[in-house]
Design a protein around this ligand. Structure first.
Ligand code: HXC
Length: 504
């Protein structure tokens, strides 16, 4: 997709000037960390490989800068690959530097940021390079769920340089300059004779909209660095460390009475659930994740009374908010990320069901939908939900219902909790009777009205205790804030296993 690049900002001009003097990797790290806080580790390390002219290309650092510093005053380990050194490719020494950094980050309980700009395993080093990726992958997976790992992709990346981000918690790409693919266009052409551009094969826009590989799409390198810094404001240093709370600036009882007007009066009219999220959470605290992929569900970080939370919400604006394979994968992953790092989950529900049809079934909707169910059933952090409008069928159960472990389940008076909508239900239940009726249309309308009166409200669920309270919309923020306070020391643990067997 052709785009006219925005003119460089002053900060970008400075970055470019610095880049001319010092390698790109070091400049990127300087911008990532708080000023003057970065300390490099192993700057003199070089490779010892020979052949293919490598002996004449021993460059201090071996194409990767590794080190430690502070971001918002908190310790973070980071590395950045340098494309101008052997294409940023990863040889044994380069890999050993990254593996050591991962060990340091895990042992000291700090987040890790990886700035990838690499063509993958260094071809000239053969199995030493492949083994180097193995050393990194195993450490990254063992650190998964223990320390936050954020990958930036700031250039053409291939092979291990894309698997490595995929094993981390978040991937940030740069529009127009970064690409991610297992094998680059030249290799593709040689092997399959397919002619495809780098952008088509693995451009940032593709990964942010179609594959979901990228969680954020930045405009520039500096913007990508800004995303990483902002993301860390919501994450703890490690899974067993406190959340980065802020002093509450936005009162829990702020007047939000305007919220009712955001829900259309007709249950069939779409609306943007993000407007409702923005009203409920602390002002300007919402950070949407994977905004342009599977937009029928919205996930993101926010704060309530200064404390980080994860938000999951059906989006009636897209596909009427139906759940499908991509939405299930997106939400499942986000729920598991929040659960790993101790962020309470707040869920807003308005879902007419799972998207039916041949395409969905053929994509493996059963397995993908199960991922979402699995993620909720496994989550032990505080879980609060509010049913705004529809909660139908399997989607009612899957969206953090009481039955699968929701802690506080609320509903607005407009909630409709049923196996399905009125029209579908009446057609299934009374098809024969309606056909035999003197006035089928009148009989259908009567049956639908009876069904609507009986089920399309939160009454039955509240009577059975599946909904804890039916609340006026204006009470939502206050009630969620209070529930988060009450659940703060919730302590549930699952039985230990080697691993639970996530549907894949
Ligand atoms: C050694 C490499 C390299 C690599 C690039 N270079 N990739 N050197 N090993 N893997 C070098 C080039 O030789 C060149 O060196 C310089 O980097 C820039 O590369 P160009 O091709 O000129 O750049 P560009 O046109 O921007 O293309 C970038 C690229 C392409 C798309 C990444 O270089 C490419 O396709 N590389 C191979 C990618 C790949 O297939 N990697 C998979 C490795 S296997 P000079 O000296 O000319 O400047 C792997 C397995 C891991 O990673 C395990 C996974 C489970």
């Amino acid at each position: 997709m052709a785009r006219t690049p925005a003119p460089p900002t002053e900060a970008e001009k400075r970055l470019l000037a610095e880049t001319a003097r010092i390698p790109v990797a070091r400049a990127r790290l300087e911008h990532l960390f708080d000023e003057d806080s970065f300390l490099e580790i192993g700057a003199d390390i070089t490779h010892r490989a020979e052949g293919f002219g490598l002996e004449g290309r021993r460059i201090a650092g071996d194409g990767v800068v590794t080190g430690v510093g502070t971001i918002h005053g908190r310790t973070v380990h980071a590395y950045a690959q340098e494309r101008t050194v052997l294409g940023g490719s990863l040889g044994q020494a380069h890999a050993a530097k990254i593996a050591r950094l991962l060990d340091l980050a895990l042992e000291s309980g700090t987040p890790l940021v990886a700035i990838n700009d690499s063509g993958g395993a260094r071809i000239q080093e053969g199995v030493d390079a492949l083994g180097g990726y193995g050393d990194i992958f195993v450490r990254s997976v063992r650190a998964s769920g223990r320390i936050p790992q954020i990958a930036l992709v700031c250039g053409p990346c291939a092979g291990g340089a894309v698997y490595s981000p995929a094993l981390m918690d978040f991937t940030i790409m740069v529009d127009g300059t970064s690409t991610m693919f297992l094998t680059g266009p030249r290799v593709v052409r040689t092997v399959t004779f397919e002619d495809v551009s780098a952008e088509e094969l693995g451009g940032g826009r593709l990964h942010a909209t179609t594959t979901g590989v990228a969680h954020f799409l930045a405009d520039t390198d500096l913007d990508a660095i800004g995303h990483a810094r902002r993301l860390l404001e919501y994450l703890p240093d490690a899974w067993d460390r406190p959340l980065p709370d802020r002093a509450p600036e936005d009162p829990a009882d702020r007047d939000i009475s305007g919220i009712s007007a955001l829900l259309p009066t007709s249950p069939r009219t779409p609306y943007d659930v993000r407007a409702i999220i923005e009203v409920i959470v602390d002002r300007e605290s919402f950070l949407e994740v994977q905004a342009d992929w599977a937009a029928n569900i919205v996930v993101g970080f926010a704060r309530i009374e200064g404390r980080p939370i994860g938000v999951v919400a059906n989006q009636p604006l897209v596909q009427a908010g139906c759940l499908d394979s991509a939405a299930s994968r997106k939400a499942a992953r986000f729920i598991r990320t929040c659960n790993a790092f101790g962020l309470p989950l707040v869920t807003l529900i308005d879902v007419p069901g799972f998207l039916p049809g041949r395409d969905e079934e053929r994509q493996g909707a059963i397995t993908h939908g199960s991922k979402l169910l699995f993620a909720w059933c496994e989550a032990t952090v505080p879980r609060i939900s509010v049913i705004l409008r529809k909660a139908y069928g399997g989607a009612y159960i899957v969206m953090n219902s009481r039955h699968i472990g929701g802690d506080v389940n609320l509903a607005w008076p407009t909630a409709e909790i049923a196996v399905m909508g009125a029209r579908g239900a009446v057609e299934v239940l009374f098809r024969k009777a309606l056909a035999d009726a003197d006035d089928p249309e009148e009989a259908q309308a009567r049956a639908e009205a009876e069904y609507t009166e009986r089920f399309l409200n939160p009454r039955q669920a509240a009577e059975r205790g599946y909904v804890d309270a039916v609340i006026p919309p204006a009470e939502t923020r206050r009630r969620i804030a209070a529930s988060l306070r009450h659940l703060r020391h919730k302590n549930t643990s699952l039985p230990t296993t080697r691993n639970r067997n996530l549907p894949t």
